[in-house]
Unconditional design. Structure first.
Length: 395
């Protein structure tokens, strides 16, 4: 495929973008992708937005346009279906820069997980399998800020949206025939939730507490550091990782009490950061624990002690889940993403409510759900010619 064989339209002025949005006001769908630069920057730079629609291929030059509001309004227009591949990355950038959350979305990577593909699947694989089209991914590292863009880069960008609608239609036809449309729509809906893109500092702190053992005071410090990072990012417009790298937060939570000189000698943390922010860090360290902070910290479930037999039985349960998913033609990574799995493992009752309140209940079936109990698990009996797996009922 060559660039001169694909008709496309550059949008390089604010007025041209307004006209584009006005012309698409009554369209039922668009497919889009974004190109941006986040490395070594205080704030992500959105460089290019590629759009495919019934009206053609459009390239919105975000370097030259200083008002993207007409496009952003399309993102929140409930009448226009937005089709993407791995769109959570694009929507996260749009939220980070403009604080918008999309409505009426569809994602072919998610849909593919319900149509026999391993999740997550690349666009190149979908193009090859569904349309017998080859996608050239030799230009994965591109300086999207440069102008003019090389023709090969422009072609690369166009190919990311050129066939999205065709892939979407093919996948959704099979999904409809399999009776899974409502399941897929439920997963699409996750892309329209604020929690998908905005991580409250309290949530970030709680997740960090699961990963490493901390004392109560250190957990409070984690909470304060994540909150401080969030507030500084909001105040300065910098991304949170530029304000305070996540990898430093656990170190600070444990070592702030040792004082400034100790931290200045810690080669894991920039001494410039310590010098520039010591007044704030010292205040975080000396303030006493508040009642609200202790309530948040104490709300976290403590991890059970490691038990190799228990862990082996958990893996067996997961293997049965994966088997059941494969039988039904849905990729296990869609059914049991990390956040669902964590919730299941923390539940102490026998009812896997996180499954019963979603489409997963219909997929796995009521009888099978009764076997998913990470607290009680299974009973195994080994005999000469068979292995008996039984539900281990607590008395």
């Amino acid at each position: 495929m060559k660039l001169d064989t694909i008709s496309h339209n550059w949008i390089t002025t604010n007025q041209a973008l307004k006209d584009f949005a006005e012309n698409h006001k009554y369209e039922s769908w668009i497919a889009f992708d974004t190109e941006f630069i986040g490395e070594r920057r205080d704030r992500t730079l959105l460089c290019l937005i590629q759009v495919s629609s019934v009206q053609g291929i459009f390239l919105i030059d975000c370097i030259k346009i200083n008002d993207l509001s007409p496009f952003l309004e399309m993102m929140v227009n409930p009448s226009i279906l937005k089709i993407t591949h791995a769109g959570d990355n694009d929507y996260k950038v749009l939220y980070e820069l403009y604080r918008i959350v999309p409505v009426n979305v569809a994602d072919v990577q998610i849909a593919a997980g319900f149509a026999g593909y391993k999740y997550p699947v690349s666009l190149a694989t979908l193009l090859s399998s569904e349309l017998n089209q080859k996608l050239d991914k030799s230009f994965t590292v591109i300086d999207w800020e440069q102008r003019p863009l090389h023709d090969n880069y422009v072609l690369y960008a166009i190919e990311d949206v050129l066939f999205l609608k065709d892939i979407y239609d093919r996948l959704m036809t099979r999904i409809d025939e399999a009776g899974m449309n409502s399941w897929v729509q439920s997963e699409f809906h996750q892309l329209t939730l604020l929690d998908t893109y905005a991580s409250p500092p309290e949530k970030e702190a709680l997740l960090a507490m699961y990963q490493t053992k901390y004392s109560t005071r250190e957990k409070v410090m984690l909470l304060r550091l994540f909150k401080w990072r969030f507030e500084q990012a909001e105040r300065t417009g910098k991304i949170k990782e530029k304000v305070l790298p996540r990898k430093w937060i656990g170190i600070l939570a444990k070592q702030l009490k040792l004082g400034k000189n100790h931290l200045l000698n810690n080669r894991s943390i920039s001494p410039n950061f310590i010098e520039a922010n010591w007044r704030d860090l010292e205040k975080l360290n000396v303030d006493p624990n508040s009642k609200e902070e202790l309530e948040i910290v104490n709300s976290i479930d403590t991890e059970t002690s490691s038990d190799p037999i228990h862990e082996s039985l958990q893996e067996l349960v997961l293997s049965l889940v994966r088997y059941q998913c494969r039988i039904k033609g849905v990729d296990p990574a869609i059914v049991m993403p990390p956040q669902v799995l964590k919730t299941l493992k923390k539940q102490t009752n026998k009812t896997p409510s996180v499954l019963e309140t979603t489409w997963r209940y219909d997929l796995l079936g009521k009888d099978f759900l009764g076997w998913i109990d990470f607290d009680n698990l299974l009973k195994l009996t080994f005999e000469a010619d068979r292995i008996i797996i039984e539900k281990n009922i607590k008395k």
